[in-house]
Design a protein around this ligand. Structure first.
Ligand code: PMP
Length: 425
């Protein structure tokens, strides 16, 4: 079987809406490398969209999952619960930012975690409104699509959306959107669209993921905390892409010193097993009545066992520090490219190992170079690389290496990327 034949079979039976970046079919993957069905090797700078922070099939994650499967794989945590779920909740409530007493719930996907935050915030406040930010991404279900601040491809064709969702600009220094402007826009919503006493929650990604890897300035998150406290609004941190060491802290909110009320966790939580969580202040988390939250697969025991292994690995292999070191290596190398191509590269930025390169035309920050970005992504596989794009205009290359990747692999990948960039640009 080869990639071309598999892609032809896939196109016949899987709808185009569930597209794939690369017509490269995985045969196996190990740590930071992937091998396809034709025996080609790729260095993976995508980690399945920020999921395999601990690398593909880390031996400890694989062993924990296998051991759990040998005991049992499903009873439903809402029918007969089990210790791995309790232990994981104990650990997550312990590592979540801030000192307040916390509780957790388990679900299966990131979007479900976001939806549940909104349910919990509404139950707690008795209010209806939710404020999110332009360019933010929160998922593909109806409510999370409505929260997502980008039409194409996420919302186009899919309305109607639930009401009472409002958007404000996200502060982005390199595009001259200041913290002051963003905060003023939120205050403006209170005058134009919804009274603050009707707002249940404000949801924010501390680093916009799909939106382009823009770090929220600490003073912005601090100001949101004050605003939420003033008006009794629940502050939701969407840490689905930023969590579990990815940005050089266990959770990105730690940089600001702000304690959110609710935190979404998914992706990096379990090294590739589908599990997500909401962790938040106990009094808020306990607002919904018994049976109001959950789902058949939420907190799968296999995924819980994998997640416990991931937490051990992050500590044992010092992956939080490693995220910063890897980010530094990428930033230095990509900044050298920026010096050579100042008209094409607006900015190289990283928070830990959330690393991005924003591409423009004619040295103009407001002319996104979508064609160059697409050409780089389209040709990456030929250079043995897995790369992803992101950004409000789709003009940002994002690098999400495994935090367990060796310096040699990173160096090899960066050499390939440099060759690719110089060839295409
Ligand atoms: N929020 C953020 C910040 C995300 O990055 C994502 C996934 N890209 C989601 C929510 C949705 O997660 P999922 O795809 O697991 O539903």
């Amino acid at each position: 079987m080869n990639n071309e034949k598999l892609q032809a079979r896939k196109t016949q039976v899987i709808a185009r809406g569930q597209g794939n970046v690369y017509p490269v079919y995985v045969e196996h993957a190990k740590n930071a490398e992937i091998w396809d069905v034709e025996g080609q090797r790729y260095i993976d700078f995508g980690t399945g969209i920020a999921v395999c922070n601990t690398g593909h099939s880390h031996p400890k994650v694989a062993a924990a999952a296998k051991a759990q499967i040998d005991k049992f794989s499903h009873t439903c945590v809402m029918v007969n619960p089990y210790e791995v779920a309790v232990e994981l909740a104990e650990k997550l409530t312990d590592i979540a930012p801030g000192d307040s007493e916390k509780k957790a719930i388990f679900v299966t996907t990131g979007a479900e975690a976001v939806e549940n935050c909104v349910k919990i915030a509404r139950a707690h406040t008795g209010r209806r409104g939710v404020i999110a930010f332009n360019g933010g991404f929160h998922g593909r279900t109806n409510l999370t699509m409505a929260l997502t601040g980008k039409i194409t491809p996420y919302k186009n064709l899919f309305g109607p959306f639930p009401g009472d969702i409002f958007h404000a600009p996200f502060p982005i220094e390199c595009h001259d959107i200041t913290v002051k402007e963003s905060l003023k826009a939120v205050e403006n919503l209170f005058k134009v669209d919804i009274a603050p006493t009707d707002v249940a929650a404000i949801i924010v990604e501390p680093v916009q993921g799909e939106g382009g890897f823009y770090q929220a300035p600490p003073e912005f998150l601090q100001a949101l905390r004050i605003l939420c406290d003033q008006h009794g609004i629940v502050l939701i941190a969407d840490e689905i892409q930023t969590g579990f060491g990815r940005t050089g802290k266990m959770f990105n909110f730690e940089y600001s010193g702000v304690e959110p009320d609710l935190i979404t966790m998914a992706k990096g939580i379990a090294g590739g097993f589908p599990i997500a969580a909401v962790v938040g202040k106990s009094d808020i988390m306990d607002a919904p009545l018994p049976g109001g939250l959950g789902g058949t697969y939420g907190g799968s025991p296999v995924a819980c066992a994998a997640a416990l292994a991931v937490l051990d690995i992050i500590t044992e292999e010092n992956l939080i520090q490693r995220a910063n070191d890897i980010g530094e290596i990428f930033n230095q190398r990509l900044s050298a490219l920026k010096t050579q191509h100042p008209d094409l590269i607006l900015e190289v930025r990283n928070t830990g190992s959330m690393i991005a390169m924003e591409l423009i035309e004619n040295g103009d920050a407001e002319q996104p170079n979508i064609a160059l970005t697409q050409a780089i992504i389209a040709n990456a596989a030929k250079y043995g690389l897995v790369l992803l794009a992101c950004g409000f205009y789709g003009n940002v290359i994002r690098f999400l290496p495994a935090l367990t990747a060796s310096n040699d692999i990173i160096e090899e990948g960066l050499v390939k990327f440099t060759e690719l960039f110089n060839k295409i640009s």
